[in-house]
Design a protein around this ligand. Sequence first.
Ligand code: C5P
Length: 229
Amino acid sequence: MELCVALDLPTAKENLDLIHKIKEHSVWLKVGLRTYIRDGEEFLKAIKQINPNFKIFLDLKLYDIPNTMADSAESIMGLSVDMFNIHASAGSRAMKSVMERLNKYDNRPIVLAVTALTSFNEDEFKAIYEKDIATKADQFAKDALEAGLDGVVCSAFESASIKSITNQNFMTLTPGIRPFGEDAGDQKRVADITYAKDAKVDFIVVGRPIYQAANPSEVVAKIFLALSS
Ligand code: C5P
């Protein structure tokens, strides 16, 4: 299992300070929409300058018409990131067009599909998708597999079910992780490392428990220890 640290601090400087503090660890770094809009490609380059071995997950959640998504995915190729994501609800044709475009390259990044945004409650979700979250998340995962994507973003609680209806190599990336049962903050349902390991999650995303800690490097080391035991 890989650890992905969410770079959710309010400024580029604070995010870069955090990266310096954890630079000896082999972690993935999650760059979200706000950071990318504000700090752009320069920020991605600055990460690699601190340690070229850092892997970057560009969390932009693309959603558009198939041709625009394929064009955007091809532009992402130029950023040398290691993973990015698109919305499964953009449809099978859009997902396929992204993968057709990227499969021309032999060094394409990992591509994940967002199933259901965890901010939705059941009623809000049903108003848009007309099905309950679990049913639709499973269907989105199957669509993503069929379109040739590498995996999905989902909750740790959906990971085992998604792997059983797709395959064990189909990746799951799960936010909402509190490695050792730390404060959940605004997350509604959180899982710890033991749960994520049992659910065969491939990537855990951890933000506040690391960047709000007095010693982020110590927390990362503790997570790696728990992952290897
Ligand atoms: O601080 P915390 O560990 O809760 O951060 C989780 C990260 O994962 C944040 O960047 C949040 O936006 C992101 N995320 C999430 N739930 C999703 C998708 C992304 O918490 N469904």
